[in-house]
Ligand binder design. Structure first.
Ligand code: GLU
Length: 415
């Protein structure tokens, strides 16, 4: 389904274009065209499928604003170009949300669905032994991403703590509550996305109760998002996962669908809905489209067929650079990943603070803080860029983040 487009090249093209538009000097953005540190590891693990040489990556893209932060992905398509792109986007995302972090990302190239729980524990602990000198609560703080779970974060934190001979909960976020995780973290990406959508609907005077939404991807972000929408009485007409999608014009029963997914492992064959492919879902006649799966879902090939008025990017990098321009010409508002899915890292930041202070915050406190940070980030881009410079939200987000990182690089005397 995903077209082979190099997401890193795509991201650097955007960087250059935004810099030109906002008169940011070429010599100033040079530092942002290169990841600062890359660690690549290949390590043997005796799994239930025999000896496997696992390859993994951690890229610390830019650390001008603070220790680097970003998730770890377990997916068969993980490669260095993808991790470079994802780490660059993390640097921008953390800047857009005014978090005291640089950006990083990592991953290993495996399909975790093919391994047992014991295998995944071995692989995850060994990965930490490989990268432990490269990470730390004041250096680089990993977190979950595609196909990595709170359980995996717990093993990793435990392994790191054993190596150091002390408890270090702040080395990783997205942990289970029992070992220093934070309330809200499990649904924070979806909740942050919902806050951004709510603000956008208000600005564009769209009544949420009169909208139809399609969600591509039914993992942590997509599923929680559907549940939040249901809680607000908003209509979801289509959802999909890697195996296919389902569509009902009158709205899907989300509670029953979540149960179906949990029972069968997929949304496919959900009763009282028509089957749709992942590509068909993107082109449905809906008001809101939520890509919540992987990169390059919307490309030049299908951007012309998109009918939604608003696209909320819960995935990282779902819209290519060329597709973005086509959507802009069609007056489709794209709420970009580095704003729309930043709720995850924002609550990771809250988790990290709680860990550093040995504190526990309530769900209510966290939701309030998350809401106000997401709203502030949205308002900043809308008020200072979208309406002032007549640009789309992604250009706005890039411009704000790039300027902020460059200012810090200058103040540090790096450029
Ligand atoms: N993987 C998530 C993202 O792409 C969360 C990162 C984090 O919590 O550090 O934003």
């Amino acid at each position: 389904m995903t077209e082979k487009i190099n997401p890193y090249e795509d991201a650097l093209n955007r960087l250059s274009e935004v810099a030109e538009k906002f008169n940011i000097a070429e010599k100033d953005i040079e530092i942002l065209k290169h990841p600062k540190k890359i660690l690549m590891v290949n390590f043997p693990v005796h799994t239930s499928k025999g000896l496997k040489i696992i390859n993994g990556y951690r890229v610390q893209y830019n650390d001008a604003l603070g220790p680097t932060k970003g998730g770890l992905r377990y997916h068969p398509h993980v490669d260095i170009e993808e991790v470079k792109a994802l780490s660059f986007w993390m640097a921008l995302k953390n800047a857009v949300l005014d978090l005291p972090y640089g950006g990083a990302k990592g991953g290993i190239t495996i399909d975790p669905r093919e391994y047992t729980k014991e295998d995944l524990e071995k692989i995850s602990r060994e990965f930490i032994r490989q990268i432990h000198l490269f990470i730390g609560p004041q250096i680089d703080i990993p977190a979950p991403d595609v196909y990595t779970t709170p359980q995996i974060m717990a093993w990793m934190m435990d392994e790191y703590s054993k190596i150091k001979g002390k408890h270090v909960p702040g080395v990783i976020t997205g942990k289970p509550l029992s070992v220093g995780g934070s309330l809200v973290r499990s649904y924070s990406t979806a909740m942050g996305g919902f806050c951004v959508l709510r603000e956008a609907l208000a600005k564009y005077k769209i009544n949420p109760l009169e909208t139809k939404t399609a969600v591509q991807g039914f993992g942590n972000a997509g599923m929680n998002f559907a549940e939040i929408m249901k809680g607000q009485n908003m209509k979801i007409v289509a959802v999909s996962d890697s195996k296919g999608g389902v569509y009902n014009e009158e709205g899907l029963n989300i509670e029953a669908l979540v149960k179906h997914k949990k029972d069968t492992g997929t949304v496919v064959d959900f009763p009282s809905a028509k089957a749709v492919t992942n590509n068909e879902l993107l082109e449905l006649n809906v008001d809101i489209l939520v890509p919540a799966a992987l990169e390059n879902a919307i490309t030049e090939a299908n951007a012309g067929n998109i009918k939604a008025k608003i696209i909320l990017e819960l995935a990282n990098g779902p819209v290519t650079h060329k597709a973005d321009k086509m959507l802009y010409e069609k007056n489709i508002v794209v709420l970009p990943d580095i704003l729309a899915n930043a709720g995850g890292v924002t609550v990771s930041y809250f988790e990290w603070i709680q860990n550093l202070y040995g504190d526990r915050w309530t769900e209510e406190e966290i939701l309030k803080k998350l809401d106000s940070r997401m709203k502030k980030a949205f308002d900043n881009l809308y008020d200072n860029y979208v309406t002032q410079s007549y640009v789309d939200f992604r250009t706005a987000a890039y411009a704000y983040a790039i300027k902020k990182i460059i200012e810090a690089e200058k103040d540090r005397g790096h450029i």
